[in-house]
Design a protein around this ligand. Structure first.
Ligand SMILES: [Zn+2]
Length: 92
């Protein structure tokens, strides 16, 4: 959501749904299942980007027991202390 601070600073009004450009500018993941921010070095990791390509994961590799369906998204995070990277996958 795109929000605007009102006359009193502790009041925020939701104006409209955020655009994709705004989500990228402010680095906000669009979660499918809910917030799932991983931790590293004792702190929440920083969101880097989101992969939503519905063709990316449609074909399971041979012998796969489980696989992501075409409604999956992957969220990439990094740690500002050690540069560890982690991805969180979610699907509908
Ligand atoms: Zn770390």
């Amino acid at each position: 959501m795109f929000c605007q601070v009102q006359h009193t600073p502790d009041t925020i009004k939701v104006i409209r749904k955020a655009t994709e450009a705004e989500r990228k500018l402010y680095r906000v993941p669009l979660w499918i299942q809910g917030d799932d921010i991983p931790e590293c070095c004792g702190s929440p990791m920083f969101f880097v980007g989101q992969i939503d390509d519905d063709r990316l994961c449609a074909e399971a590799p041979e012998g796969a027991k489980l696989w992501w369906h075409d409604g999956a998204s992957f969220y990439v995070f990094t740690c500002s202390q050690c540069l560890e990277c982690k991805a969180v996958g979610q699907q509908f």
